[in-house]
Design a protein around this ligand. Structure first.
Ligand code: ZN
Ligand code: ZN
Length: 1281
């Protein structure tokens, strides 16, 4: 044998006799490898430097596996990976002895596509074990490979550049999504077509047939879609690989999941469809309509095949035309029987015209703004009219375009003989129509939008539940748009036996008289007509709610023959609906996945496989139960105190962008991320039809493995995901859209209120404590609140003051009696301590206010419960005495007993009466006493618990505590001293509330899916279906009215809610959970449904809360802590925003407002900020305005001189008896209409839908009516209502 490499020569890479040994040595020539960089190895002192006999092409001796294994490397754990990688030809290395113990290695990566290896290095050729180990070792070594040129040449510097950049990309999927670039379609200079016209903003798109004027971003998106459909987008590098640069500055390609390296990357043809995922409210419908109009006459083209040619046929041409294609197809159908000569003759001009009109229509859209375009348009119209008036128009319509689809034989060669089954061709009608599948509730909306936007209305067919599909021929030829709801569409999966469509029979029906066009009366096979059409375009509208690509939709849509597939969605992954909420505080953030993540990631592999079959939707349902159960046991880490408003005055909020230091810890992708990525890949693979992802194994090894490594996404993984998303998604960044869109009006009003007399007493006592602290500490020693050492205490003080301005009661905050004592002492010491005259006056004034509060029995008794008391009128004195916690404080007003009652008591009392309308006063009184006793018991137990807890804490922090300055009103934020509010503040997180919310969510989703005119609306459970009993008129509290509460802010909010919540939804922000709890309780009292976005519930529930609020009409108010306001939540269903206290930081405020005032908002947005006059709140708004106008940077609240001065110099509030703040006056019981006529039953007048915006017109299309006798004329006739 004269082989250049004798069997004895060793392999040039591994240095052993391996299976590559016989290959010519130049196969592994260094020039063909990837010079990745260098590694440094330290040898143990007694290690013998390797001897060498050979020099590699780079001038250094090769480091073969046996040599390496003989070395004594200091870090032994490197020996095995390195030698493994060399032995298995993943890398080739050369070395240089830098000093006695320092070895420099040059690492060359052997690309998997190295020529001359007979493909044995390819990913598919290597064994799984080798690949797995190789992958582990590569991931271990590559991030250490230095790219410093000096190291490469044998020098020794600390590397700062590495081959594989392992710096962590901590972005979440929503963040990646939000950062995708806006579409930038290319205009083509060669020919003037729709794309060019769309991108020429001076062109008003005359001739497109649009009523509406498109915004520029909308035109760009349509142009991008057209560009994708045109197939003119240049091929792109396989998006599953990311480019890396080698030592020579050349690009190689790296697959983050498999660590595969390629030198040459094969290009992939971009999909001719994609995901239109513009933000909610950006006009996705009009974009799709423009896409349809600008291609309205374009026929679908036959599916490409490498095996046979697939000409566009018509019945006439197939039967009679003599040319090659037609003849050879005819021959295939009847190989033995040559068509009789009489049939074959040169077609007449009329025949050719008939064929061309059908198979090759004029698809141009004349630009009607130009003279010549207008003339052309008129010519086209005239020609159409002419055709329709001629007798042979029927021939033209019967001569429909189609092609014969022969399934490619998997063995690669065609079965030439005739046979049954799949080898026979199948007739597919070509069409210019677009099939749109949408949730049932959006069908009418599509219909309306078509009417609204289209100047020349397209021929639309709406197929609803229960209506039959027209024949495939009619579907393909009579319409421009076919609209179907999801369930009607997926009903078609009962008739999917496509085998029946494959046939060797040609139509032999007789021809029209005087014509050669067959008048076909063949019976169509019993297979869904949707499967007999080669669709030009399928649009799946995902509607409001993501994850609707249901199990049934997936398999059927895969069966359709479609040229361009589009998904229209505002939320391509479930988490994007409310956008990135939860991402800052989710378990993965800390670097330690939560239990839930860990548990659920186990067995993820089987999940993946199942999902491929099952789809994602069902999981959403499962999530409701399973996930809740799992997550409930995992407390969500509470977000660190953020600092955005008056309450917490540090502007360096943690929600601002992470500092470089944060980037060190990876963000581990959890199972919710996994659901999203799986949904995304499944959508792209099965709906958009990206062939690359059709193989579930590839999705797992190339994408999921790379992203869901338990150490965080592998280097390059997020880059790859970004490429993938970019390649199919069409979406503008919100900023780019908002540059063009004019949002509805935004009004921001500051509402100044005064304090109620009760609240004013508390406020003044609080001010007094500040005053006494100042005087007592002589404003300088460490006891002084404004001493620099006390900045934390000062913050808390300010926070407490803000709480007080809404409502706060706490005897530990300022023990009034102790305060009184201290104040007196100060006054007595005045002379001894040489206190300035101004302070003496201040001390006197303080004393007066403390005295007023201390001597008020009502004020003192109110301190016993943290709830806000409400004035109640017309209550029976006995009932009042037993149900109020303040029994000794009634007075008579207008002959009616009036006094304060706490809302939790009122709610319980009402519940009691609703259950037993005719219960007697005695019984109610008795039950009230029972309740009070129990209440007292609870409170005692609770206070005992708090005391013990605090005692313990005090012990724990004894030394720390003793440092606190005297008299500073510091209280623990997390302890409430009343059972009532303590319970109600938990309401947001209680499982009942969550369950109720979830039930409503499901009901509201069901309503959204409700088939119009088919499903009886009463079949859907209505949340308030129970009618109050008429007996309530006779109940003992029938006349009781609830008046104002002691919090003027709360009164204002409740008034506003009662006034507007029937028409509009509210978003209420506060920095205080306690304030939100007070509002929640008040809303319960006035029976307005609300949702609360709380840190007390798991992320998933929070997401559902947003979804419920946005989809359900039941919930009218959304309560949210301010710190969540900046999280990208989309709450556009709300058009009223209330801030319970001024927000100091302008950006925090505007972020919060943006939840409602953003793309998708259709109403003017009203924002109100509540502030108490003559307090720091008023000062704050005033200063902020001045600073804002001055354009200077706004300092931290407590560093702002004037605010600081204001707080440091307490002033007291005088109650203005004429203050006209809005009060409350509502009945405690909502009574049904009075039963005047005993016989009349009013029950049947319940109108569930009367106030529901979900009400829609009922219109059932009858296809018989439309596709029967007279088919609609081209684009001008609409179906009658
Ligand atoms: Zn070898
Ligand atoms: Zn026929």
């Amino acid at each position: 044998m004269s082989s250049p490499s004798s069997p004895k020569s060793l392999c040039s890479v591994c240095g052993t006799l391996c299976s590559f040994s016989h290959l010519p040595s130049n196969v592994f020539s260094i020039a063909k490898l990837i010079p990745a960089g260098s590694l440094e190895l330290n040898l143990k002192s007694d290690s013998v430097p390797p001897s060498f006999s050979k020099i590699a092409e780079d001038g250094w001796p090769p480091m073969h596996a046996p040599t390496l294994e003989s070395l004594d490397i200091l870090l032994e754990e490197f020996t095995r990976p390195l030698s493994f990688l060399i032995r298995h030809h993943f890398i080739f290395t050369t070395y240089y002895l830098h000093s006695a113990h320092v070895l420099k290695l040059r690492v060359y990566i052997v690309p998997y596509d190295l020529p001359g290896c007979q493909g044995r290095l390819s990913y598919r050729a290597r064994s799984r074990e080798v690949l797995n180990a190789g992958q582990t070792y590569m991931l271990m070594l590559l991030p250490l490979v230095s790219q410093e040129p000096e190291n490469w040449h044998g020098g020794q510097v600390t590397p700062s550049a590495f081959f594989l950049d392992s710096s962590m990309d901590r972005r979440t999927l929503p963040e990646i999504y939000g950062a995708l670039p806006s579409p930038s379609p290319q205009s083509f200079t060669t020919d003037s077509d729709s794309i060019n016209r769309l991108l020429d903003y001076r062109d008003d798109l005359g001739g497109f047939g649009l009523h509406s004027t498109l915004l520029f971003y909308q035109r760009r998106s349509v142009a991008m879609m057209l560009q994708k459909e045109s197939g003119r987008s240049p091929d792109v590098p396989n998006p599953l690989y990311v480019p890396l640069t080698d030592m020579n500055g050349k690009i190689c390609h790296y697959q983050p999941g498999t660590t595969e390296f390629l030198k040459e990357l094969y290009m992939v043809t971009p999909t001719q469809g994609g995901v239109l995922c513009e933000e909610l409210g950006t006009g996705k419908t009009i974009m799709i309509l423009t896409l349809i109009l600008s291609t309205i006459k374009q026929l679908s083209s036959p599916e490409n095949s490498f095996i046979d040619s697939r000409p566009v046929l018509t019945p006439l041409a197939l039967r009679h035309f003599p040319s090659g294609d037609f003849a050879s197809i005819r021959e295939k159908f009847s190989p033995r029987k040559r068509a009789s000569q009489s049939q074959i003759r040169v077609p007449s001009f009329r025949d050719i015209l008939l064929h061309l009109l059908s198979s090759n229509p004029d698809i141009s859209i004349p630009n009607t703004t130009t003279e010549s375009g207008l003339r052309k348009y008129q010519r086209q119209e005239h020609f159409l009219e002419l055709l329709e008036s001629l007798p042979y128009d029927l021939w033209r319509k019967s001569n429909f375009p189609f092609y014969l689809h022969q399934d490619d034989d998997p063995t690669g060669h065609r079965i030439s003989s005739r046979g049954q089954g799949y080898s026979a061709p199948r007739l597919l009608y070509l069409t210019s129509a677009t099939l749109i599948v949408a949730p049932a509730n959006l069908i009418s909306q599509w219909d309306r939008e078509i009417l609204k936007h289209c100047e020349v209305v397209p021929r639309v067919l709406i197929i609803r539940s229960g209506t039959r599909l027209p024949s495939a021929k009619d579907l393909a030829t009579l319409y421009d748009i076919i609209l179907m709801p999801y369930n009607r569409f997926s009903d078609e999966d009962k008739r999917t036996d496509v085998k029946k469509l494959h046939s060797w029979k040609l139509c032999v029906c007789p021809e029209f008289p005087d014509s050669r066009v067959p008048k076909c009366t063949c019976r169509p096979p019993d297979v869904s007509s949707l499967l007999q059409v080669r669709w030009k375009r399928l649009v799946i509208d995902e509607g409001h709610v993501s994850a609707s690509l249901s199990t049934r939709l997936t398999p059927f849509s895969k069966l359709l023959s479609v040229q361009h597939r589009w998904i229209v969605t505002g939320t391509p992954t479930t988490n994007l609906l409310g956008l990135s909420f939860g991402n800052k505080s989710s378990g993965g953030e800390s670097g330690v996945p939560s239990h839930a993540d860990l548990d659920l990631n186990v067995g993820g592999d089987t999940d993946v496989e199942m999902d491929a079959e099952v789809g994602i939707v069902e999981r959403m349902d499962v999530d409701f139960e399973v996930e809740q159960r799992v997550e409930e046991s995992v407390p969500e880490p509470l977000a660190t105190e953020s600092s955005s408003s008056f309450l917490t005055a540090d502007p360096d909020s943690p929600s601002s962008s992470p500092t470089p230091l944060d980037v060190e810890t990876p963000r581990i992708w959890n199972r919710l991320d996994r659901l999203d990525v799986e949904k995304l890949t499944s959508m792209v693979a099965h709906f958009v039809g990206m062939k690359l992802l059709a193989d579930q194994q590839i999705v797992k090894s190339h994408i999921l493995d790379a992203l869901f490594d338990n150490k965080g996404p592998r280097p390059g993984a997020i880059q790859m995901l970004t490429h993938l998303m970019e390649s199919v998604m069409i979406r503008h960044r919100i900023d780019d859209v908002e540059e063009e869109v004019v949002l509805p009006r935004l009004d921001h009003e500051h509402i100044y209120l005064s304090l109620s007399p009760l609240a004013a007493m508390s406020y003044n006592a609080f001010q007094a404590s500040i005053a006494i602290n100042a005087i007592d500490s002589e404003r300088q020693d460490e006891d002084y609140m404004f001493h620099p050492r006390n900045s934390d205490a000062l913050q808390t003080t300010v926070k407490n003051m803000s709480q007080l301005l809404f409502w706060s009661v706490d005897d530990r905050l300022y023990n009034i009696d102790e305060l009184k004592k201290t104040n007196l002492e100060v006054l007595q010491d005045v002379n001894k301590r040489n206190i300035p005259q101004a302070d003496i006056e201040l001390a006197k004034e303080s004393y007066m206010h403390i005295y007023i509060a201390a001597e008020s029995p009502l004020w003192r008794s109110i301190q016993s419960s943290e709830d806000i008391p409400y004035l109640v009128h017309g209550i029976n004195p006995m009932i009042f005495k037993s149900w109020s916690r303040l029994p000794d404080n009634t007075w008579v007003k207008g002959g009616l007993t009036t006094g304060y009652v706490h809302p939790d008591r009122l709610i319980r009392l009402r519940q009691l009466i609703i259950r037993n309308p005719l219960i007697s006063v005695t019984k109610v009184t008795y039950l009230g006493e029972m309740a009070s006793a129990k209440d007292l018991e609870h409170r005692k137990a609770y206070q005992e618990m708090v005391r013990r807890k605090e005692g313990k804490e005090r012990k724990d922090r004894k030394s720390e505590r003793s440092k606190l300055p005297k008299h500073i009103p510091v209280k623990q934020q997390d302890t409430h001293n009343s059972t009532g509010l303590f319970n109600s503040s938990k309401t947001a997180a209680s499982s009942d509330t969550i369950k109720e919310m979830q039930q409503e969510l499901q009901a509201s989703l069901a309503r959204l899916e409700m088939e119009e005119g088919v499903l009886d609306p009463s079949a859907i459970p209505s949340p308030n279906a129970t009618q109050p009993s008429a007996l309530l008129h006779s109940s003992v509290i029938a006349g009781v009215r609830v008046g104002s509460s002691a919090s003027t802010k709360l009164n204002y909010i409740i008034n506003d809610v009662l006034k507007y919540s029937e028409q509009e939804k509210f978003l209420i922000f506060s920095d205080s959970e306690l304030t939100l709890a007070h509002i929640a309780e008040a809303l319960q009292l006035v029976e307005v449904k609300f949702l609360r976005f709380s840190t007390q519930v798991p992320t998933r529930i929070r997401e559902q809360t947003v979804l419920t609020f946005e989809t359900s009409d039941v919930y009218r108010v959304f309560l949210m802590e301010l710190k969540h306001g900046a999280r990208g939540l989309n709450l556009v269903s709300a058009s009223r925003v209330i801030f319970c206290e001024p927000v100091w930081q302008i950006d925090v405020e505007s972020q919060a407002i943006k939840r409602a005032h953003r793309i998708g908002q259709t109403r003017p947005v009203k924002v109100k900020t509540l502030a108490i006059s003559n307090t720091a709140e008023e000062k704050m708004l005033e200063r902020r305005q001045i600073l804002k106008q001055g354009g200077s940077k706004i300092p931290k609240l407590l560093e702002e001189t004037e605010i600081r001065h204001f707080i440091a110099n307490p002033r007291f509030i005088l109650v203005n008896p004429d203050a006209k703040d809005p009060g409350l006056d509502i009945p405690l019981l909502r009574l049904p209409p009075a039963p005047q006529l005993p016989a009349s039953t009013t029950n049947n007048s319940i109108d569930v839908t009367c106030s529901s915006p979900l009400k829609r017109r009922v219109r059932v299309m009858d296809p018989q009516e439309s596709s029967g006798g007279s088919p609609p004329k081209k684009r001008t006739v609409r179906f009658a209502e």
